[in-house]
Write a protein that binds this ligand. Structure first.
Ligand SMILES: [Zn+2]
Length: 94
């Protein structure tokens, strides 16, 4: 008799006996503390401290690349001018 349970990470159904090894294999990020155990504010902090090590030239390049990562944001640029302004201010701070 096998019980079917859902993986809470990806939502797929698995045999209960298999779901744990599935999670380890498919979502097993626990061995990679750099990317998984950090909370979002910690990730931000991490990025900011890395950013501080970049040259001005590389910072500009990074900003362009970050923007291109998020095309949806670019589309809503007109409707969220204040957000853009805010982001620009933060860039100046950096
Ligand atoms: Zn899963």
């Amino acid at each position: 008799m096998s019980e079917i349970v859902k993986c809470e990470v990806c939502g797929k159904a698995f045999n209960k006996r298999y779901v744990n090894s599935h999670k380890r294999l498919a979502h097993g990020k626990k061995s990679d503390p750099a990317s998984s155990t950090l909370s979002e504010p910690e990730v931000m902090q991490e990025i900011l401290s890395l950013y501080a090590r970049l040259s001005d030239e590389k910072r500009k390049e990074l900003q362009i690349r970050l923007k291109s990562l998020d095309p949806a944001k670019r589309q809503s640029e007109h409707s969220s001018a204040s957000v853009e302004q805010c982001k620009r201010l933060h860039q100046l701070e950096l």
